[in-house]
Design a protein around this ligand. Structure first.
Ligand SMILES: Nc1cc(N)c2c(=O)[nH][nH]c(=O)c2c1
Length: 365
């Protein structure tokens, strides 16, 4: 992997660059649609390419449970399996496994739990998680971490951070693939001293890139910004920074302002399927009866397939009739909206007017 910085904003920490993996170039700052089970729900790989998404996030935990990482490996790895020839990141499963109700036991060695799919007893630890991600074959893989809910007692957060650091070290030792880059995940909830210690310990270990985890878990935009304010500057400038699970346009543009390079979130696809369209004039609830005979596109400033071919009335009809095409058109439009926002943000950083772009963009949201 290569990471090249192309421009830095002189009024903020925003920066524009390029991550090059074995599956092409990711212009940064970049937004990654989420393809949890090796698919971005309701969209074909060709449709996804048309959104100009350059990377996807797939989920190692879910793919380990079904169809199994060995199955994916046998079938040629994730890129071939899902026919996506651009970059893929897999998250390690820490986030998913710790949000399970049926989480039976957590020790410093790993996590024992019951599969929500077939009830079988399962065990994950850093070495197993690395085997899983090596088998899936993503271009960028994540260290196994413990992501705590928000809020959480400071002592619990500190103990969890030490576990995340130990697990990151075990992942580094188990990482034996030259074709895949390993990113560590910084934890520490909303406690400055714990976040700073976690960041410094992980930076000492020299990963290929660094994710900031434990955010977008209900802490809110203000606390997210506080954490980014003191965490991001401690990360190496010459390596990619990835803010996991973020977010709404406001959160993403705030993250860019702090110098974040990569984002992923289910918001455009999940909210799209629920009838919420992002547009250049704010959110639009397409199921609203006021759109029943509205012949306009979702967004007149959008050039996506949905906006070029269909009316708000038609898409509303599809959704109210539970037609699958409605889900697909809304997902397609929202991903195009996010990717277009990222393209404009990158351009504004190069032109030296990111803050003007950000305030104008958000004033219309
Ligand atoms: N909001 C978040 C989304 C995520 N996919 C993750 C994750 O995969 N790991 N660790 C995290 O802390 C985390 C936070």
């Amino acid at each position: 992997m290569q990471f090249r910085l192309l421009a830095s904003d002189n009024k903020t920490k925003a920066r524009c660059g390029e991550i090059t993996t074995n599956h092409g170039l990711i212009p940064t700052p970049a937004f990654m649609p989420v393809g949890t089970q090796a698919t971005v729900k309701t969209l074909t790989p060709l449709q996804l390419q048309e959104t100009e998404a350059h990377a996807l996030l797939c989920n190692a935990y879910h793919l380990y449970l079904r169809p199994g990482h060995e199955v994916v490996k046998k079938l040629g790895g994730l890129h071939k399996f899902m026919k996506w020839d651009r970059s893929i990141i897999t998250d390690s499963g820490g986030y998913q496994v710790f949000s399970l109700e049926r989480l039976t036991k957590v020790t410093d060695d790993g996590v024992e739990f019951q599969s929500p799919i077939d009830g079988s007893r399962r065990f994950l630890n850093p070495e197993i998680v690395m085997d899983i991600q090596h088998a899936l074959g993503a271009d960028i893989i994540m260290a196994f971490d413990e992501c705590l809910p928000y809020p959480c007692e400071k002592d619990r957060v500190r103990q969890s951070m030490y576990r995340t650091v130990k697990w990151a070290n075990r992942c580094l030792k188990a990482h034996n693939s030259d074709d895949q880059e390993l990113f560590a995940i910084v934890q520490g909830s909303v406690f400055k001293d714990i976040r700073e210690e976690c960041t410094d310990r992980l930076v000492e270990m020299e990963f290929n890139g660094y994710a900031i985890g434990g955010l977008s878990v209900g802490e809110g935009n203000l606390l997210m910004n506080e954490v980014l304010e003191y965490t991001t500057p401690r990360l190496p400038e010459n390596k990619p920074r990835y803010l996991m699970g973020v977010g709404f346009p406001l959160d993403i543009l705030d993250g860019i302002e702090h110098g974040i390079d990569l984002f992923d979130c289910v918001i455009p696809t999940r909210n799209g399927r629920n009838g919420c369209a992002f547009t250049s004039n704010g959110k639009l609830k397409i199921r609203n009866s006021c759109y029943k005979t509205d012949e306009r596109p979702i967004d007149k400033n959008c050039h996506c397939y949905a906006c070029k071919n269909f009316s708000r009335a038609y898409i509303r009809h599809l959704l109210t009739s539970n037609e699958i095409l409605g889900l697909s058109l809304m997902s397609l439009h929202n991903i195009c909206f996010f990717e277009n926002m990222m393209k404009k943000a990158r351009q504004s950083i190069i032109e030296g007017n990111f803050l003007n772009f950000k305030s104008k963009f958000l004033s219309l949201q």
